[in-house]
Ligand binder design. Structure first.
Ligand code: KG4
Ligand code: ZN
Length: 350
């Protein structure tokens, strides 16, 4: 089974071709990502209107390149998948409409994929993880712990009550005048800083409910940065290292709480702790979670960084998983700005 996947929900225009064998094994055939970082960096964040226009400008080229690298034509595809949300609606419309046109022209099934589901299922492509597993989804827009029971069956165990983890990285970077996107910048500054110079708070640490809170930590960094201003290079590095150390502690503690909840819900332990979303690219977080996974009696599965941040392969793979179960969509499907994985979760927005 060969599936084309299209991703346009945020600031990456991406397309990929993924193969799925009858055994369920997956393989990335091509994976093309055109980042819009340059377009957005003067503004210090993603500007929705600029994002939508940039997707329109390059999506056809990105898709053609993914098909060329795969060495196939549209008639060789088993299906065409696109992220139909959640995300910035202008971009979602561009990707989904393009997929509909291709599906119609090539007479192939359309699969409308939830972007979060694509992050959630990527570890099955890269690591062959079996259900049920504990998913830590940490990106710029989302911070959730989920029990992934099957394709289409997700139970939210915990979420952030304020900022997403990636958002906190981005905001800390901005207040320290580091370039956008902030996550990788804060990580590289942290490498040469002292993680013990500042005793920043560990919000919700030790709480039974596996929820997150990041805004108090972010404020603590701001207060300290204001107190020290003007900041030396060492101050910036130490602030980043101390901030990241706090995030690492909080994430590991929240995952431990999530694992307890998982057992209560599923009646068994998770087959793996899966980390997904852009923050999963952070090495310090990956290493710390490796230990946490061992503590909770499971293994960790983290897709390689290129498949943690937004990409087309994850959309193609989620499309293939759905297609293998006969789950396809009609051309009347609508793009969605909000689309929670677990609609029953209280306050579920996306
Ligand atoms: O999944 P993603 O590419 O897009 C969303 O769906 O949000 O995640 C992007 C987020 C950004 O907030 C970015 O700063 C963060 O992931 N990020 C990182 C790292 N690389 C990306 N955060 C911490 N450390 C990193 N190395
Ligand atoms: Zn994402």
């Amino acid at each position: 089974m060969l599936v084309l996947g299209i991703e346009t929900t945020c600031d990456e225009t991406a397309a990929a071709v993924v193969a799925r064998a009858p055994s369920g094994a997956g393989h990335v055939i091509s994976n093309v990502v055109r980042s819009q970082v340059e377009e957005h960096s003067p503004y210090g964040g993603v500007v929705p209107e600029i994002a939508a226009r940039a997707h329109v400008e390059v999506l056809d080229i990105v898709i053609a390149e993914a098909m060329r690298q795969a060495g196939i034509g549209f008639s060789d595809l088993s299906g065409i998948a696109a992220a139909a949300g959640p995300g910035l609606i202008g971009g979602v419309i561009v990707g989904l409409t393009t997929a509909k046109a291709l599906a119609l022209a090539a007479d192939r099934p359309l699969i409308a994929v939830n972007h979060l589901e694509a992050h959630a299922l990527t570890a099955r492509l890269t690591d062959g993880v079996a259900f049920p597993y504990l998913l830590l989804l940490v990106s710029g827009g989302h911070t959730q712990l989920l029990a992934v029971e099957d394709v289409g069956r997700y139970r939210r165990i915990g979420t952030t009550i304020d900022d997403a983890v990636g958002e906190a990285f981005d905001k800390v970077a901005k207040m320290l005048s580091l370039p956008y996107p902030g996550g990788p910048e804060v990580e590289s500054q942290a490498l040469r800083g002292d993680p013990e110079r500042f005793a920043f708070p560990r919000p919700l640490f030790g709480r039974r409910e596996p929820d997150f809170s990041l805004s108090g930590l972010k404020t603590a960094v701001r207060v300290e940065a204001d107190r020290l201003a003007p900041l030396t290079d060492t101050d910036v590095a130490d602030l980043c290292a101390s901030f990241q150390a706090s995030v690492v502690d909080v994430i590991c503690d929240r995952v431990r709480a999530g694992a307890r909840q998982f057992r209560d819900i599923a009646g068994c332990g998770p087959t793996a702790l899966v980390v997904a979303g852009g923050v999963g690219a952070n090495i310090a977080i990956r290493l710390a979670l490796q230990k946490t996974a061992a503590e909770i009696g499971t293994r960790i599965a983290v897709p390689p960084p290129a498949l943690c941040t937004d990409n087309g392969a994850m959309i193609a793979w989620a499309g293939a998983e759905r297609l293998a179960r006969g789950l396809t969509d009609t051309l009347t499907i609508s793009p969605r700005a909000r689309w929670p994985l677990d609609p029953s979760a209280t306050g579920a927005k996306a």
